[in-house]
Design a protein around this ligand. Structure first.
Ligand SMILES: [Zn+2]
Ligand SMILES: [Zn+2]
Length: 358
């Protein structure tokens, strides 16, 4: 489709402009999507403020950010057209992590670790724009009862599904989620739906903990704010009390905050599973007490991205295993993106997930 479109183009840190640029040209294995909703991710904030480099060849822009999106197919490349998998007008969501499906890593099924992958909004143009293109292999149809806005949450939710799969929840387990961001809150709901006996969510902001309480958590504890009515000064003691000293069966760390990296080892029990699923900094270290971890036969995992979990994520929304609407708190127009990033960063109006609606 030839023509121009509006897009927010990121040039360098603190320099992003509302511009008119060419509509992306669709290659033989690609489709063009008219963007209907695109979520704002913590990583978009990190890119805009220069806290992390893009994954372009030189780490710099210009690039259209935005990787959590849904929309309507407006054009098909040769390959998806000939396969008849999609048609113009289809309502879809897009896995921004586009694997090559041909390298040795992909052929072993480890697609999330593909070394030739491109990522919409991170290494190639994304969806803070009227249109975005993607490989047909990373397109998923939205179920009829899933809205575009809910569909835009399928990227963080697919991540959450992969983390929870790795947690291996068994019936009745005592489970703890550390970090009630949008993904952590989604994980708490999925854990409860997976048959956990008790779900505890630990955080430092009451408004987020209260969303957890309404969506899957049995107990919420604030470990950072001594004025909070959920404040617990000694969380390890609290978990010991709640479990009669047996401690937690499953602990999911849904934050990259290095200050809490040691906590899961204190609060987890025998044969427990500990999953780290927040993005840590380059130099961060997880302090593992080796002897105690060995004596209690604990398993520690570091899942990454969301391989093969998209159908489950969409199914979880469609069958209402998870209430995505409770996690979407703000909506902005495309041209308001900078304001939106500032508000989310400064936590104005208690944001969870904010969406851009082009
Ligand atoms: Zn994201
Ligand atoms: Zn590959």
């Amino acid at each position: 489709m030839k023509g121009k479109m509006k897009a927010m183009v990121f040039h360098e840190s603190l320099n992003m402009k509302y511009e008119e640029i060419d509509i992306p040209e669709v290659g033989p294995d690609e489709v063009l999507v008219k963007v209907r909703a695109c979520g704002i991710c913590g990583s978009d904030i990190a890119y805009y403020w220069g806290m992390s480099p893009l994954e372009t060849s030189d780490g710099k822009g210009p690039l259209v950010l935005g990787h959590e999106f849904s929309g309507e197919i407006v054009e098909l490349g040769e390959l998806p057209k000939s396969l008849g998998l999609f048609k113009v007008g289809d309502r879809v969501t897009v896995d921004p992590v586009q694997y090559c499906n041909a390298c040795e890593v992909c052929k072993k099924g480890q697609v999330n670790l593909c070394e030739n992958k491109s990522v919409s909004g991170v290494s190639v143009d994304g969806a803070f724009a009227e249109y975005a293109k993607a490989k047909y292999t990373s397109i998923f149809q939205l179920p009829d009862n899933v809205t575009y806005e809910q569909g835009a949450f399928s990227e963080p939710l697919a991540d959450a599904v992969y983390a929870v799969q790795n947690l291996e929840v068994t019936l009745g387990d005592f489970c703890v989620v550390i970090g009630p961001g949008p993904i952590g809150l989604a994980e708490a709901q999925l854990i409860k739906s997976s048959g956990a006996g008790t779900v505890v969510v630990i955080g430092t902001r009451d408004y987020r903990l209260e969303v957890a309480k309404e969506n899957g958590a049995d107990f919420i504890f604030n470990t950072g704010d001594s004025n909070s009515k959920y404040y617990v000064p000694d969380i390890t003691k609290k978990i010991a009390e709640l479990t009669d000293g047996k401690m937690a069966d499953r602990v999911l760390v849904a934050t990259g905050n290095p200050e809490v990296m040691g906590l899961p080892f204190e609060i987890s029990g025998r044969r427990s599973v500990i999953v780290f699923f927040g993005l840590p900094g380059e130099k961060d270290i997880v302090p593992v007490p080796a002897l105690q971890t060995t004596f209690w036969d604990k398993r520690i995992k570091f899942p990454w991205l969301a391989p093969f979990t998209w159908p489950r994520a969409l199914n979880a929304i469609s069958t209402k295993l998870i209430d995505v609407d409770a996690l979407v708190t703000h909506k902005f127009k495309l041209e308001e993106l900078i304001t939106a990033l500032e508000k989310v960063k400064n936590r104005e109006g208690n944001p969870l997930k904010a969406l851009v609606i082009p």
